[in-house]
Write a protein that binds this ligand. Sequence first.
Ligand SMILES: [Zn+2]
Ligand SMILES: [Zn+2]
Length: 359
Amino acid sequence: MKFKAVLAVLVAGGMAVSAAAQPSGNAAPPPRPAGGAAPRSVLPPPEPIEHITGNVYKIFGGGGNTLVIVQRDGVVLADTKMPGNGQAIIDEVRKITDKPITTIICTHSHPDHTGSTDFIRELYPNVRVVMSEGTKAELAANPQVNPKLLPTETYKDRLTLGEGDDRIELFHTGVGHTGGDTFVVVPAAKLIFMGDVMAWNMAPFLPAGGAMAIAEETEKLVDAVKDMGIQIVVEGHGHVNDWAGLVRLAHFNRALVTAAKAAYDRGDAPGAAVAELKRNPEFAALLDTHIKKGLEYGNTPLARAHMNVNVAFTEFAGEQAGFGIANGAPLPATDKHKGSDPKDTAPPTPEMLAAAVAK
Ligand SMILES: [Zn+2]
Ligand SMILES: [Zn+2]
C-alpha cells in the first residue's frame, strides 16, 4: 500500500522526466520508499510470456505490457517496461524463438514503457528504435536523458513498418495520455496495442493532454482504424480487450467531457457528472468499484472517472490540473468547484487490495 502510494507519486508527478533520468544498464535499483527502508521491487515482476494470437504474444508485469511480434527475420517488441527488466524480457522471448530482436517500438515516453530499451540495445546494437516525434521530444527534454533510450527513427502521425504478413502500422492521433502516444496495429493479427491510452479497462490517466484532448484522440483513432477489421485490443497494462471495448472507451471519453461540461455550467460538483455517466449501462465496466488484480498504481475505474471529470473542470476554468496527490487525483479545480468528494478518489484500502479482481 505504502509502496504503491510512493510509486503513484513518482508516476503522477514526473513520469516523463524520471524516464529520461533513469540510469543505464540492467541493474537500476527500484525506487526507494520514503523513510529509507531497504529498496524492494514495487511492481509485480514480469510474468511468463502469454500467447495472444498467431505470431503475437505479450509479457505482463515489470511496468507496462510488452507486446512481442515474431516475424520472418526477427522479433519486434513494443514497450520495454521499467529499467531492470531487459534480461527478463529476453528470457521470455527465448522461450518462443531464437530470432534476434530487430525493432523496438515505444508507445510513449513513460519509464514503465521505455525503461529497458537501453539493455536490449546493448545486446542488439543494430535494433531499430521507433517512436513518435512527440515521444522523442519528451525524452530529449531532459538534459540527462540516457541516449540509448532515444529513437533511431521517428514519425509524425502515421508510419508503416515492414510488408506482407510482417506489416505493422503506427498511428499518432493527438495529445492524450502524453504528447506522443503511439498506437501499434498488426493487420495480419487483426490486433491493436494501445499503450496507456487504454490500460486496465478504465478511463486513461491524463497527465498531459486533458479530458477534451483524450476524447478527440480516441475518436480519431477509432475513425482511422475502423476499416482494418481489428478484433483484439491489447491494453498498455493488464487486459486484452476487444474492438467493442475500444469503441466503448472512445464513447466514454466523449460522454465524460459532455457530462462534465453540463455539470460545470450548472454549477454542480464533479460527482454530478459521474452520476450522469452511471445512467448509461454501456459504461458499467468503466465505472467499476473494484481494484484490478495486479494493478501497479492508481485506483478503481470509478475513481479514475472522477479524476478525469476534475481534469475537465480545470480545463473549463482555464486552469492547470495538478497531480500531486498520492493516488494521482487532480487537485481541486476552482473556488466554485471544489472537486469530487474525497471518498470518491481516496487511495485504495488494504481491504480493497485484498479483494482485487482478476486482471
Ligand atoms: Zn504505463
Ligand atoms: Zn504512461
